[in-house]
Design a protein around this ligand. Structure first.
Ligand SMILES: [Zn+2]
Ligand SMILES: [Zn+2]
Length: 149
């Protein structure tokens, strides 16, 4: 049911003005096969609209993330990444080598899917899980030239 509203409609619903740049950012993130970072989004928006400042793209990414139209994930040591798949509490696999990021469905259903050993009285609504490891490409034998990283 989440995706029935047009992008224009979604922006309006969240009190955001409909602009070509905002629509382009939504489209670029939505069509990207992975989890683009701000640079990827900037490149995609430029390809659609011509010149757009990096700052404008950053500002829009922040506004759309705050509005809940995009989800922002920030794996430590990697630039923040964005995705249009929001509100389903899925998790991520992140490669320590190349930073490749993949979605994994939450095994437990709805948030928070994990219970801490002690909630310290907090009312919890989310468990943001990143599974760290090495992707198949980075684990392949031919990738051993990297030394002891
Ligand atoms: Zn990798
Ligand atoms: Zn994801």
């Amino acid at each position: 049911m989440a995706v029935t509203a047009s992008p224009e409609e979604q922006l309006r619903r969240h009190g955001l003005r409909v602009t070509a740049t905002r629509l382009a950012v939504l489209a670029v993130v939505g069509e990207h096969p992975g989890h683009p970072d701000a640079e990827d989004v900037h490149a995609g928006v430029r390809a659609r609209l011509g010149s757009v400042s990096t700052q404008a793209v950053y500002d829009i990414l922040r506004a759309l993330s705050e509005a809940g139209l995009l989800r922002r994930i920030e794996p430590a040591g990697h630039p923040a990444r964005y995705e249009a798949r929001v509100g389903d509490n899925h998790h991520h696999l992140v490669c320590r080598g190349c930073g490749a990021t993949r979605d994994v469905d939450c095994a437990q259903g709805h948030a928070p899917c994990l219970a801490p050993s002690d909630d310290h009285g907090f009312i919890l609504d989310e468990a943001e899980v990143i599974f760290w490891g090495v992707c198949a490409d980075c684990a392949a034998p031919r990738a051993t030239m990297k030394g002891n990283a």
